[in-house]
Design a binder for this molecule. Structure first.
Ligand code: FPP
Length: 248
């Protein structure tokens, strides 16, 4: 791949999460239907997955469909589901060749059965891969994720398997959809809006957040590398002072 002089390959963020926003406005600017924007957005997905994999990012979480997106017009929801299924079918060979492991998180039973079965097949086929984990957030909502986790924890407490005092960050982490994945280091939202939209509410506590004005269909490899360079220029203090960090 073309490398950019300013990127430090020894300090690549372990987990990058992206809110891929702006497909609809990108299409409207071109007097095209919204699905035209989503289709162009798939090309950005392909580009960014390839770049993440080549740069050594360990986990890339993409917010592909939120729990709120079910409220969109039926034709747009259907179009997105069909794009997702086509993407999964077309990309499987590439994922296998590039050592990419596919995972997903969200309220998966709400997905159409043919999307779910394609997802399950691709996840099973790539489960042994050790390169990039491509984690798709589908029918995902951060609050719903926390609610289902809390319900499971409460049931364990009621059954006497867990004491309330034993509930700590690790217990909560282990009951989220994202169990087993590290927290995101860098969270990018494209499309010019500056909000989280119910994405990774627990996990993003210490993520560096980058709001990019670029619409998702225009967010390609170069923009992704620029986002990582921006991340590398930040000082992550995790509540400490800069002086404490420099003192080690
Ligand atoms: C938000 O843009 C984007 C989505 C709701 C869907 C994102 C989906 C893709 C990029 C394609 C399918 C995904 C994969 C992984 C193959 P928006 O429609 O809200 O844009 P707007 O804010 O400009 O209206």
């Amino acid at each position: 791949m073309t490398r950019h002089a300013e990127i430090d390959l020894t300090r690549i963020p372990c987990h990058v999460a992206i809110v891929m926003d702006g497909n609809g406005r990108w299409a409207e600017q071109r007097h095209q239907p919204r699905l035209f924007g989503h289709r162009a957005g798939v090309e950005s997905v392909q580009d960014v997955v390839a770049a993440a994999s080549e740069l050594g990012v360990q986990v890339l979480t993409l917010y592909a469909f939120s729990s709120e997106n079910w409220k969109r017009p039926v034709a747009e929801v259907g179009g997105l589901m069909s794009l997702l299924k086509t993407f999964l079918v077309k990309e499987l060979d590439k994922m296998l060749n590039n050592n990419v492991r596919l995972t997903c998180m969200g309220d998966l039973p709400r997905l159409p059965s043919e999307v779910r079965s394609t997802l399950e097949q691709s996840m099973a086929a790539t489960a042994g891969n050790s390169g990039l984990t491509l984690n798709l957030a589908l029918s995902y909502g951060g609050r719903a994720e926390i609610i289902q986790g809390v319900q499971r924890i409460a049931r364990q407490c009621l059954a006497g398997q867990l004491s309330p005092e034993a509930i700590d960050e690790e217990v909560i982490d282990a009951h989220l959809y994202s169990a087993g994945l590290p927290d995101p280091d860098l969270l990018i939202r494209t499309g010019g809006e500056a909000r989280l939209s119910n994405f990774l509410l627990w996990q993003a506590s210490y993520a560096e957040i980058l709001f990019s004005p670029i619409m998702w269909p225009d967010f390609r490899r170069r923009a992704f590398v620029d986002a990582i360079v921006d991340f590398q220029g930040r000082e992550r203090r995790f509540g400490k002072t800069g002086a404490q960090l420099r003192a080690g």
